[in-house]
Design a binder for this molecule. Structure first.
Ligand SMILES: Nc1ncnc2c1ncn2[C@@H]1O[C@H](COP(=O)(O)OP(=O)(O)OP(=O)(O)O)[C@@H](O)[C@H]1O
Length: 251
């Protein structure tokens, strides 16, 4: 089946080949293949239970596929936990964000990966400078790198979570429903931030239930139905009717 992949001469950052995942008797993913290229946003769409979260968990090392291969920059990798996926440059932004509410923005940017100076002291200057630079680059509008997470709006928190993933991801950012809990204006702001990630030349895989968002942000759309890849379309060459027909199987 055509992957509709961009013919840009660049190697994909991520290649999934014939991925299969079963949970005992339940087959969650069957013969799934997909490439994601640097600087590309690929949307993963499908009905409830189609297998989207399972795929994200496979790519982020939470689940090991039953069979099939994962390649990063053309090299086969085995990732049996999230730390291994991170070491391959893959970061995930989950719906629950996993931010420490009582901590500052800059501490959250480095949670568990804090730079240290001599005597094991935290290098706060470096953390603050890097946080400020990235927040400015992505135009995440927060009062300051010293702000406490619990004082920020939902959209600002999501911005911080995306900035953190971007800071650490050298290859791929996975976004699982990044605007599900946000209002209209906050959604628009987060969408701007996601679009700005393309400039960093990393791959982006986004799960979204909003077809408006999928059509606004993505370069390609991959449709999953009951664990199977139904097709991949270039966003500029398809429309909502076709994608809905692919999601539901009703033509
Ligand atoms: N840990 C698990 N154990 C058993 N079955 C599972 C497990 N995780 C997922 N499944 C099954 O795999 C299939 C795919 O589920 P998955 O959560 O990946 O779908 P989804 O597309 O993300 O759905 P939603 O949009 O509702 O989040 C479903 O049939 C689900 O019940």
């Amino acid at each position: 089946m055509s992957n509709n992949a961009p013919n840009d001469g660049f190697q994909p950052v991520l290649e999934l080949k014939d991925i299969h995942k079963s949970f005992d008797a339940i087959v969650a993913i069957e013969n799934f293949s997909l490439d994601v290229h640097p600087g590309e946003i690929v949307a993963l769409v499908g009905d409830n239970g189609a297998g989207k979260s399972t795929l994200i968990k496979i790519i982020s090392g939470v689940y090991t596929p039953t069979s099939g291969s994962i390649l990063i920059d053309g090299q086969p990798v085995v990732m049996s936990n999230a730390t291994m996926a991170r070491s391959h440059g893959i970061e995930v932004v989950y719906q629950d964000l996993a931010l420490a509410d009582q901590q500052t923005v800059y501490m959250n940017m480095f949670l568990g990966r804090e730079p240290t100076k001599s005597f094991g002291l935290l290098d706060r200057k470096k953390m603050i400078a890097e946080t400020e630079a990235l927040v400015k680059e992505l135009d995440v509008r927060i009062p300051s790198a010293h702000a406490t997470i619990r004082d920020l709006s939902g959209g600002q928190r999501q911005g911080v979570a995306i900035a953190r993933a971007t800071h650490w991801a050298s290859k791929l950012v996975l976004l699982d429903e990044p605007t599900a809990a946000l209002g209209v204006a906050e959604t628009a702001k987060v969408e701007e931030i996601v679009e700005s990630l393309k400039k960093r030349n990393i791959g982006i895989l986004i799960i979204s239930h909003s077809l408006d968002q999928v059509f606004k942000l993505s370069d390609r759309i991959c449709v999953l139905r009951r664990g199977k890849q139904i097709g991949v379309r270039k966003t500029s060459e398809t429309d909502k009717n076709e994608i809905i027909a692919m999601i539901t199987g009703l033509h």
